[in-house]
Design a protein around this ligand. Structure first.
Ligand code: SIN
Length: 344
């Protein structure tokens, strides 16, 4: 059963129960006023997530004129990391699309996407997101009042520093900025580097001032934040994805009239497909932009070098597999072995 069908069934059941009990439906709260959806995120508009939020706004306002409007706040302009989830829970914003790395406090299962070298490629990440295992993670924060509506993929992460990172040993002693994820912290500890959790908005300054001297991200996030200007080398490691979960406040979502909720779900399905279709190209465009600027050398690893990084970082899986769920790891590995690249 799809997420949107499940949701609309539960909305119908909830509405019937309230009517039956003689309580006026919470949907009547929206009767006379247009619904405003505040959608906050931390990246630039020209990135996969930035484009997705704008596509969503455009499609919603076209389909539901006068009924629903969407206000998009990019670039941490309303709330940054560390505030946006609290803001969602108290209703100051209605939709977010944080990277799954930032959801650890609410769901350990989301940490699956952080396990280094778990997914062979972008294609495998997308297939996993569409699988039953992937869909189950969307529902893993319901007890905290957060509903996962969709996955948007950005792309695969690369590693950067002011020295070339070719072997795991090259990372020793470097201070790496990571997102707020224990798995990502352990990934850098595994190569004897010093990870430091830091919000996205602080990365450029952190690197410029030497608070950290290495980081990891997708090409679109490097380029749009000008992070490459303060990193001389980017190693194309593809060691893990940046995956977003489009999330909403469960109470807000359940209070929407069923027809509107259904339309929003359908629009999200279309927008998600479009974001995932565009993401690879946007990252390749920004890789080319970085190379063209000439400030940063992009290093390609040999297959043997890549195996060495993988071998050094893989022990992190064992440490986290119990809390994440061995069944999810197995599901991801099965998708790898069935992915198109595996048979190449
Ligand atoms: C994002 O793409 O939303 C930001 C990821 C990060 O914090 O590195």
């Amino acid at each position: 059963m799809t997420q949107s069908i499940k949701r609309s069934i539960s909305t119908t059941l909830l509405s019937s129960a309230l009517l039956f009990a003689g309580i006026s439906s919470i949907n009547s709260a929206w009767a006379d006023e247009p619904i405003v959806i505040k959608f906050s995120h931390v990246v630039a508009e020209q990135t996969p997530k930035g484009q997705g939020a704008l596509l969503f706004k455009e499609a919603v306002e076209r389909a539901l004129p006068g009924k629903v409007s969407v206000e998009v706040y990019p670039n941490s302009s309303l709330f940054g990391d560390g505030q946006e989830l609290d803001a969602l829970l108290i209703g100051d914003v209605h939709m977010l699309a944080p990277s799954t790395s930032k959801l650890e406090y609410y769901s350990k299962q989301t940490q699956l996407f952080d396990l280094p070298f778990l997914f062979d490629d972008f294609d495998a990440v997308e297939k996993f997101a569409k699988s039953d295992a992937g869909k189950s993670i969307l529902m893993s924060m319901e007890n905290s009042g957060i509903t996962g509506l969709a996955y948007w993929n950005n792309g695969m992460k690369q590693m950067s520093a002011n020295k070339p990172l070719k072997k795991p040993r090259d990372a020793r002693g470097l201070k790496f900025r990571v997102q707020a994820s224990n798995v990502l912290e352990d990934q850098y500890k595994a190569v004897r580097a010093n990870p430091r959790k830091m919000s996205f908005a602080e990365v450029y300054q952190g690197l410029q001032t030497g608070v950290v001297n290495g980081t990891e991200n997708t090409y679109s996030n490097y380029y749009s934040q000008k992070v490459h200007e303060v990193q001389k080398y980017i190693t194309e490691s593809d060691h893990g994805p940046v995956v977003y979960m489009v999330i909403t406040n469960t109470k807000f979502w359940d209070s929407l009239p069923a027809e509107i909720q259904r339309t929003l779900s359908e629009i999200l399905d279309d927008v998600s497909a479009e974001v995932n279709r565009q993401a690879y190209d946007l990252n390749m465009r920004d890789k080319a932009n970085i190379i063209a600027e000439g400030s940063t050398e992009v290093i390609t690893l040999t297959p043997d070098q890549k195996v060495k990084w993988r071998t050094a970082m893989e022990p992190v899986w064992k440490k986290h597999e119990k809390v994440i769920g061995p069944h999810l790891i197995e599901a991801a590995l099965n998708i790898n072995s069935n992915s198109s690249s595996a048979s190449d």
